[in-house]
Design a binder for this molecule. Sequence first.
Ligand SMILES: Nc1ncnc2c1ncn2[C@@H]1O[C@H](COP(=O)(O)OP(=O)(O)OP(=O)(O)O)[C@@H](O)[C@H]1O
Length: 326
Amino acid sequence: MNRPVPDPDIALEAHQLCKAYGRGRRRFVAVREVSLTIRAGQVLAFLGPNGAGKTTTIKMIGGLIRPDRGWVKLAGLDPHRQPMALRQVGAVLEGNRNLYWRLTPPENLEYFGALRQVPRRLARQRGQVLLEQFGLLEKQRTPVQKLSRGMQQKLAIAVALVHQPKLLLLDEPTLGLDVEASETVKALVRDIAASGCAILLTTHQLAVAEALSDRVAIIRQGQIVAEQPTQALIQQFSDSAYQIRFAGLLSDGQRDAIAALGATVTENRIRYAGSPTSLYTLLSLLKPLPLLEVSQHRADLTDVFLQLVRQPSPPEPSTPTPKPDD
Ligand SMILES: Nc1ncnc2c1ncn2[C@@H]1O[C@H](COP(=O)(O)OP(=O)(O)OP(=O)(O)O)[C@@H](O)[C@H]1O
């Protein structure tokens, strides 16, 4: 049988990953049948409450822990069987852990490049390009420990890119940064994706996830409960009804005419779920009362997230068979 040819556009494919910790009565299933796909240039926000299974999933993707069941492909290679697969991935997982504090930015880029088998000269060249792109050229001679937190974060991301991975794992990229540094890092993340690198973003900062992601996957108690394009998911949770706020008192005639259009009046508010065209008819019925607001409720990712993670618990599926090395 012919082997399927890997799709060069797919940077990450995780298929039905399962992982349990502990044994016997202490056995705990942390991740159940999690599947994720990220294409080149896409940003997937992987969200979930504390303890939902994000880190466990990411460790399986990064080849750090072996799944009990399921498989991972990084640009078509399995990180648990083909060590070359790990060259396809860059990671900024725990703050500034991937930096040497006594070394300068170019020395860090060269050192970590060498660890990833990038020839020294090439690492130096790429390092200069990255330092320029990330606005760090003027700090070339400053050891990392003397850089600001925002600069350290930018450098950590640059270091994760020096071997030109196809997938970047990015954990809380803007945590602890001020507004300006956050905006700079967000712009860089967009540039990295635009250059074709796929990004798996984990964060509890849902506004950042909403601003950066093309797709969102939400995990809860080890299971994916939503996986969709970000804007489509938000739209699904948004209310298309109009809210109209006015001042003054409605006459009985106005009330009847408004009710006849299917709108409901509560004190000085009207809720109207009809067509945008007949909205104008409704607004003209309010004349001459002053209009204070006409709006539509649009959900944000926080509304979506809270609704999804507060739903009643999913049913317990059968757990995977424990492995001897658990
Ligand atoms: N080495 C381990 N041994 C036993 N249980 C573990 C281990 N690592 C994680 N767990 C448990 O697995 C579950 C998932 O943990 P995980 O770290 O993957 O969650 P998370 O979504 O990354 O959480 P957070 O947002 O708090 O970082 C938790 O209940 C955690 O206690």
